[in-house]
Design a protein around this ligand. Structure first.
Ligand SMILES: Cc1cc2nc3c(=O)[nH]c(=O)nc-3n(C[C@H](O)[C@H](O)[C@H](O)COP(=O)(O)O)c2cc1C
Length: 149
């Protein structure tokens, strides 16, 4: 059982919906879960694991609700040593170069923080799946025990 802080970046609600399904699954799997749509950088000090679920907006940009959080992390580079995290990125591959850009930006930044990524980033391509909420649950079924391992 792990304490898992879900951090959601969403513009129109798709990632929010995916995060709600992830939350329900993780609770049913016995974890303690909180969902954050307006996180403060201090959240990363929690003795917890982190699950980022973010869409991409603009041309590879982080959704507005996570812009400040992202900028604060870039500025402070808090250590995530000893902490686990995973990232699920919603995107649309017709955006080509900027496909899942926000997820990729978080992946690069969190790698610098030296946490332990429990599994490579999940990409949820709206050109390929109409059920990203089911895909995220299937992914979490495979990996959720690694948050507490
Ligand atoms: C204005 C706009 C810009 C977008 N830009 C990108 C992009 O650069 N890369 C990408 O992979 N997807 C892009 N998308 C696709 C969204 O990330 C995708 O539709 C996602 O499911 C939206 O989730 P949300 O409702 O949680 O924001 C864009 C969508 C819109 C409407």
């Amino acid at each position: 059982m792990a304490q898992i802080e879900i951090i959601v970046g969403s513009v129109y609600g798709n990632a929010q919906n995916v995060a709600e399904h992830a939350e329900q699954f993780l609770i049913s799997a016995g974890h303690q879960v909180n969902v954050h749509t307006d996180p403060d950088i201090d959240l990363l000090n929690e003795d917890a694991a982190f699950l980022i679920i973010t869409s991409t907006t603009g041309m590879g940009d982080v959704p507005p609700n996570l812009e400040l959080f992202f900028a604060d992390i870039q500025a402070d580079l808090p250590s995530l040593q000893g902490k686990k995290y995973a990232i699920a990125a919603l995107g649309d591959s017709s955006y080509c170069e900027s496909y899942c850009g926000a997820g990729k930006q978080f992946a690069e930044l969190f790698a610098q923080l030296q946490g332990e990524e429990i599994t490579p980033m999940l990409e949820l391509d709206s050109m390929e799946t109409f059920t990203p909420e089911e895909d995220v649950v299937a992914w979490l079924k495979q990996h959720n025990t690694q948050f507490s391992a």
